[in-house]
Design a protein around this ligand. Structure first.
Ligand SMILES: C[S@@+](CC[C@H](N)C(=O)[O-])C[C@H]1O[C@@H](n2cnc3c(N)ncnc32)[C@H](O)[C@@H]1O
Length: 243
């Protein structure tokens, strides 16, 4: 069973508002880190898992890919992607990742940006990706960092004035579902350790190329001083692996 929280009206409007912010964590940290792990995109066939509203597909097209196929569980997201991306090289399909089944050796690059922590069983997804990649192909994904997903509350311990004291890392080894509040209550995420993310990639037969825990650059902190708190623990984990 897939959760489809992005089709909840309140969640969707909160999320889309967040993503308008070009000095937010996605724009200043996650997107550049993920793009830095990609091979040259020109001429590649790309599959994007959890494609959302098509921002990465637009980037792929601007870099000259042969094709980009975005899949997502959310009709809201897919409608937005189809509205924004009008190019014969792009297509978008509704597909819960829990039902992922892909033609063998059919793509050069698979990406999954900030969607795999919504999936209960990671191995079947990564294994399908490994099968779908052509020899020499690449899988790049990002997730909310396990230091962040371990505690369901996903927030700082704060002093009486609300200033962050520390980020609690607890229940780290307890890999399971977490019900969190993000725009609305009851958003379900699956916490896994860094060890599990890495070993799942290796068990699927891929070669680990790079692991990143990006933090904001000084110029970003200058524009948004509150981003300095991200230096205290990494918000994202990114992994690049090759076939
Ligand atoms: C945080 S958004 C990221 C969207 C996009 N990758 C980006 O970075 O702009 C997570 C996306 O994963 C999708 N998603 C969550 N669970 C999914 C599932 N089980 N199957 C397919 N897509 C899923 C959501 O609908 C949403 O579009």
């Amino acid at each position: 069973m897939s959760q489809n929280i992005y089709d909840d009206a309140d969640f969707f409007s909160g999320y889309m508002e967040l993503r308008k912010n070009e000095s937010g964590l996605n724009a200043v940290l996650e997107e550049p880190a993920l793009c830095g792990l990609l091979p040259p995109l020109e001429g590649l066939d790309v599959l994007e898992l959890g494609c959302g509203f098509g921002k990465f597909a637009q980037y792929c097209l601007s870099q000259g890919v042969a094709s980009v196929h975005g899949v997502d569980v959310s009709e809201n997201m897919l409608a937005e992607a189809r509205r924004r991306v009008d190019d014969p090289r792009a297509r978008f399909s509704r597909l819960p990742l829990e039902e992922l089944s892909l033609p063998l050796g059919s793509v050069d690059l698979v990406t999954a940006s900030l969607c795999l922590h919504y999936i209960r069983d990671l191995f079947p997804v990564v294994s399908a990706v490994a099968g779908a990649l052509r020899a020499g192909g690449t899988f790049v994904f990002s997730v909310e960092h396990p230091m962040c997903t371990c505690n369901a509350r996903q927030d700082w311990e704060r002093d009486a004035e609300g200033h962050p004291l520390h980020w609690p890392v607890d229940f780290y080894r307890m890999e399971s579902i977490r019900a969190t509040s993000w725009f609305i209550d009851g958003v379900l995420k699956y916490h896994r350790t860094v060890e599990t993310y890495v070993n799942t990639v290796l068990d699927a037969g891929l070669r680990l190329r790079r692991l990143l825990e990006p933090v904001p650059a000084p110029e970003h902190i200058e524009i948004r001083p509150d981003l300095a708190s991200q230096l205290r623990r990494p918000p994202f984990l990114l992994i690049a692996a090759d076939k």
